[in-house]
Design a protein around this ligand. Structure first.
Ligand SMILES: [Fe+2]
Length: 390
């Protein structure tokens, strides 16, 4: 069928060969793997194993005579220690390609490992700037969520207790070589987690659209991402998470929003969420963003009203809302089942100053990429206070 959102396509996005569609996993082009020692990074939870995707990958490996080692070593908000451990395993295995199979966390750790192997330095050293990234092994990204966009970007986000930070290794060398986006892999993700990952993609699209570093190309990606998120939410309201088309819209949207932030980067929302989920690693990145987005929209709206109106409109048509922040609150409620606030997440007011200071300490580039520049720490604390209640 023409224009079916489930259909396979192949396209180069930001230098990444994207292979999308139902069946993409079975039809993946293993020539893109460049080598026969495949090191697979996946989550500790083991969902990829449980739902048979590891076994399917092992079958493909066997067919082409490749060796496969699976490292179930990644948690939500992965740490540099987890990346270091995966790196040691990959080095011992003599990996020739690193495959991230799972959510954004698995793909990010795969990127850090691939760069570390080519740079002869541990991921923690690369993260802390104690060694430089000299190159990377080929990276294959196979996302099981529709949120991070890590499959097409140059970031690997890790948490580090030594520097008390959660930030990204940033390098064009860690963009994946090949990204396999098959909506079927996302089909078993539980509803709330599914919605949380979409909030991440939504935040990427909104932030990149108004970012100071935005340009016509990043805005083009962000605009289409929002249209697809709106379509996905519309379909979700009719059919629920069990409908593969819902996943398909969101998977495309997440990839495009990832392409947008690869160009423009994110802004104050991500600069504040990272310290929050550093101090509260149990908080999913998308849920943390859900608490911040409405207050942030109110904060930036007066500075870029036309851009905000333009990027919110497709969503507003589907979920309503008298203001951009209300529209996003409505969308979040549909996606994750409730309105999210910092208070609900257990982030207390005593922490706001530290969170704001951390954003300025190690994520200043993102703060300075915000369309409205905070005059001082108190202004950021005030934004956090507004995000604390409905
Ligand atoms: Fe994100």
């Amino acid at each position: 069928m023409l224009n079916n959102i489930l259909n396979e396509y192949k396209v180069l996005v930001n230098g990444v060969q994207v292979h999308y569609g139902v069946g993409a996993f079975d039809n993946m082009d293993i020539n893109m793997f460049r080598g026969l020692r495949w090191f697979v990074v996946t989550s500790r939870g083991g969902s990829m194993e449980k739902y048979g995707w590891i076994a399917k990958l092992a079958e493909i490996a066997e067919r082409v005579g490749a060796w496969l080692e699976v490292c179930k070593c990644v948690s939500t908000n992965p740490t540099v220690e987890q990346a270091d451990e995966a790196y040691e395993n990959a080095k011992r295995f003599k990996a020739t390609v690193v495959i991230g199979l799972g959510g954004g966390s698995s793909i990010d750790v795969a990127k850090a490992v691939a760069a570390a192997l080519a740079s002869h330095a541990t991921p923690s050293k690369l993260y802390r700037g104690e060694a430089s990234i000299k190159g990377s092994l080929p990276i294959v990204a196979i996302p099981s969520t529709h949120g991070s966009g890590s499959e097409v970007d140059r970031f690997a986000v890790l948490s580090d207790s030594k520097t008390k930070s959660k930030a990204a290794i940033v390098s064009t060398k860690i963009r994946p070589t090949y990204a396999v986006l098959d909506p079927r892999i996302t089909a078993t993700l539980p509803p709330r987690l599914s919605g949380a990952t979409v909030v991440d993609a939504l935040s990427h699209a909104l932030e990149s659209f108004v970012a100071r570093n935005a340009n016509p190309v990043s805005r083009c990606y962000a605009r289409e991402a929002i249209h697809l998120i709106a379509k996905g939410i519309s379909e979700l309201m009719k059919s629920g998470w069990g409908e593969l088309r819902v996943r398909a819209y969101f998977l495309n949207a997440a990839m495009l929003a990832g392409a947008a932030i690869d160009i423009s980067r994110t802004t104050l929302v991500h600069a504040l969420e990272h310290p929050i989920s550093y101090y509260h690693p149990e908080i999913h990145h998308g849920i943390g963003l859900a608490a911040l987005l409405p207050a942030w929209l109110d904060y930036v709206e007066s500075v870029v009203p036309e851009l905000i109106r333009e990027i919110i409109e497709p969503l507003q048509k589907v979920v309503g809302g008298q203001s951009p922040s209300q529209t996003v609150k409505n969308a979040i409620k549909i996606l994750v089942g409730e309105t999210i606030t910092l208070e609900k997440l257990g982030v207390s007011e005593d922490e706001y100053k530290l969170i704001a200071e951390d954003a300025m300490r190690y994520l200043k580039a993102l703060v300075l990429n915000n369309p409205r520049l905070p005059k001082n720490i108190d202004e950021i604390v005030d934004l956090l206070r507004k995000a604390s209640s409905e």
